[in-house]
Each structure stands twice: as C-alpha cells, then as structure tokens.
Design a protein around this ligand. Structure first.
Ligand SMILES: Nc1ncnc2c1ncn2[C@@H]1O[C@H](COP(=O)(O)OP(=O)(O)OP(=O)(O)O)[C@@H](O)[C@H]1O
Length: 209
C-alpha cells in the first residue's frame, strides 16, 4: 500500500442530523490522503451540518466516524466555515495570527506577510478588518491555508471557500488545494460552483431521509 492509499477519514452509516431532525441517513465515505472530495446537494440538504458534525460543533448521534482508522470524535480538522469568524476590531494581521494560533502555530511577521501577499492583501496588515470588502474579508480566512500543511492539519473541511472570490483567486485556491492533497492531505469541501481539482464527489441527495 502506498502512502496515498491510507484512509484518513471514514464515515460509516452516518446520520446527518441537526437537533431532532435527521436530514440524511446511511452516509458512507472514504477519504484517503490525496483526496479532494466535492460535497454536493441542493440547498438545505445538510452539507454545512455534516461539516459541523465532523468539526465537533454538532453531535454525531448515529453512525461512526473513523479518523486514520480509529473511532474518533471530536477530531481537530481545519474547519473553514462560511460564517467567517473575523473580528472587526482586530487588524488583518491580528485576525490571521489568531486563526493560526487556534492550530498551535505562532506565525512570524514574514509568514503573515507571505500569506497575505498570497491572497492579494499585501499592504493591508495594519488595516482594521472592518474596512474590508466581503471578498477581502474571506481572503483573510483563506490566507491560513497558505501556512497549514498536512503535518499540522491533515484534514481540511471547507464550507464554500470560493464564495465572494474573483476568478484569479479561485484559480490560486485550487492550486493550493491540489498542492495540499499532493503533500498527503485530504479535503472535504462544499461549493455551489464546479471544483476542477476535485477527484471525488459525495452527493447528499443520495442519502436524504
Ligand atoms: N441554525 C440552525 N438551526 C436549526 N436548523 C437549521 C439551522 N441552520 C440550518 N438548519 C436546517 O438544517 C437543514 C440543513 O441545513 P444546512 O445548512 O446543513 O444545508 P446546506 O446543504 O449546507 O444548505 P446550503 O446549500 O443552502 O448552504 C436545513 O433544512 C435548515 O432548515
């Protein structure tokens, strides 16, 4: 077996559930190192709910989640919510530093500069985050992807990461996702637009109650 065949995340008979209401049942998924899985389904099917369950923000009441072969919840994946979690009173650099601190990383000034340059926010370091556009704000949350490696966060759960991004930034993001997967990471992501780099699809419509 090559390193690229190790199952990083396995879902077995999982129920996607918010509160008392099951949304999808019998969910099965294997994500190996190198997987980029596009999570699809109509509005309200339960995509965000599933990601929140895997991130430990909502409970898994039925079914199993295996992380690297071991029953494991909560895991500590990288979870990029579509609710941005950016503090308006902090500067751009302070927000990015905070988001990286959550994963045990203390970035240097050069790291912050490089990550912000990657998302086109060079020169914005000391600007208040409340002064940014929707797309610029989203770029702060995505800048951390530049500095996170599979050694730190092997699994990325990304909820609509391309929302509010222009075409150039989507292309840059797709390059980064491909590089992360090639380095041995795995990604489960939602997007209402096509994901060129995906090599797997999970359609929640197939499991709706
Ligand atoms: N905060 C909430 N409290 C209670 N129920 C919620 C909440 N947010 C969503 N729901 C319900 O959970 C169901 C699944 O919502 P979820 O956000 O997971 O769907 P989704 O597939 O991500 O949708 P979309 O494509 O619109 O983002 C919806 O039918 C919705 O009514």
């Amino acid at each position: 077996m090559t390193a690229l065949n190790i199952a990083l995340l396995t879902l077995d008979e999982l129920t996607v559930q918010r509160g008392e209401t099951p949304l999808c049942e019998g969910l099965a998924l294997n994500l190996s190192e190198g997987s980029i899985c596009h999570l699809i389904g109509a509005n309200g099917t339960g995509k965000t709910t599933l990601l929140m369950q895997l991130a430990g923000l909502l409970p898994v009441l039925t079914g199993e989640v295996y992380y690297q072969g071991v029953v494991s919840l909560p895991m500590q994946p990288l979870y990029v919510s579509h609710q941005l979690g950016i503090h308006p009173n902090l500067t751009v650099a302070q927000n990015l530093t905070f988001l990286l601190n959550l994963y045990g990383i203390t970035p240097s000034t050069a790291d912050i500069d490089d990550a912000l340059a990657w998302v086109g926010l060079q020169g914005f370091e000391t600007i208040s985050s409340s002064h940014l556009s929707a797309g610029q704000t989203r770029r702060i949350t995505l800048a951390r992807l530049y500095l996170l490696t599979p050694e730190v966060t092997p699994l990325w759960l990304l909820d609509e990461p391309f929302t509010a991004l222009d075409v150039d930034m989507v292309a840059r993001m797709e390059d980064r996702l491909r590089d992360f997967a090639n380095e041995g990471g795995a990604i489960l992501m939602t997007s209402h637009q096509a994901v060129e780099v995906a090599n797997q699809v999970l359609d929640l419509s197939d499991y709706m109650v």
